[in-house]
Design a protein around this ligand. Structure first.
Ligand code: UTP
Length: 296
């Protein structure tokens, strides 16, 4: 089996981010900041670590701040250079994207994740590609998408990132029906989007995918699914009997930064992970904990 290298990633960021209103009235959700880096920077770093060379954003009205974020800022860079702030200069340089490596395409109406990915079809062409949802932030020693690329090199087909969730949470995710459990990789025989009852497993799909270009052909039909939206899960499920679909139980901790509780948890975790903040921040958290206990 010859497996083509995955060099393109699609970042669907055209959603309205209503759970973060009023902030998202003027700021894209992906620019919201964990410690000092916007969510999108975590996703880009993970993509680069996995060997991605072309970054395709599916955007919508009001997402201009995202495009500006990836631009060079010569005046700011010169000012940091003049004042000898080389460490900050390096931080800034990591946000720059070379011309031709980044592309933006508009989704004119939020018709679902499947539709957003389909909007990028001409930029993807006829090769396997990754899809990353930046509001899923994953802390991992070996970045999640890199783990997936390594697994995909063994399996081919489509690969989704999967994690075990509590039975009462299965109704909030796409859930895998497992044909064969091979340890960290599972072969999938079905996928159910947000099952209200009788979830086929507790293995949930989260926002990282490696997909064959055939998924785009399926999306051409523009079929709607759950919630009247064009669902990516439905199009991936069509690949089960074609190229095959696999789930990877990745090693790492995923934070749902599309929800307020998840965002706060990630802020604590990423704050504690920073050398310069750990001592002061953990002391503060211990104090808060003690105060809460005393008040009970
Ligand atoms: P969400 O379901 O989190 O929706 O989308 P949302 O609009 O971003 O946020 P809420 O629920 O209103 O707070 C999951 C991902 O799919 C993208 C979103 O931008 C997000 O990255 N998406 C969703 C699109 O790009 N287009 C769509 O039509 C739907």
């Amino acid at each position: 089996m010859t497996i083509k290298k995955v060099t393109k990633a699609v970042f669907p960021v055209a959603g309205m981010g209503t759970r973060f209103l009023p902030a998202t009235k003027s700021i894209p959700k992906e620019i919201l900041t964990l410690v000092d880096r916007p969510l999108i920077q975590y996703a880009i770093d993970e993509a680069r670590a996995a060997g991605i060379e072309e970054f395709i954003f599916v955007t919508s009205r009001g997402k201009g701040a995202l495009e500006d974020y990836f631009d060079f800022s010569p005046a700011l860079e010169q000012s940091l250079r003049d004042s000898g702030k080389d460490d900050l200069l390096k931080v800034l340089e990591d946000t720059n994207m070379d011309s031709g490596r980044i592309a933006y395409v508009r989704q004119h109406k939020a018709m679902g994740l499947g539709h957003a990915v389909w909007c990028a079809r001409r930029l993807i062409g006829d090769e396997p590609f990754a899809v990353m949802l930046p509001d899923d932030v994953i802390a991992a020693e070996n970045p999640c998408l890199k783990q997936m690329v390594e697994a995909y090199e063994q399996t081919g087909g489509c690969m989704v990132a999967a994690m075990e969730v509590a039975p009462e949470k299965t109704k909030s995710y796409g859930i895998l029906d497992i044909q064969e459990d091979m340890g960290s990789i599972v072969k999938v025989k079905g996928m159910v989007e947000k099952p209200k009852t009788n979830a086929p497993s507790n293995l949930a799909v989260i926002g990282r995918y490696i997909l064959t270009p055939d998924v785009l052909n399926t999306l051409d039909a523009q079929e709607t699914g759950a919630g009247g939206e064009i669902q990516l899960t439905d199009a991936i499920a069509k690949e089960i009997d074609k190229s095959g679909v696999y789930g990877l139980r990745f090693r790492g901790q995923r934070y749902d930064c599309g929800s307020k509780a998840g965002f706060l948890q990630a802020t604590v975790a990423f704050g504690l992970a920073r050398d310069e903040l750990r001592e002061e921040f953990s002391q503060y958290l211990a104090e808060v904990n003690a105060m809460q206990k005393a008040a009970q």
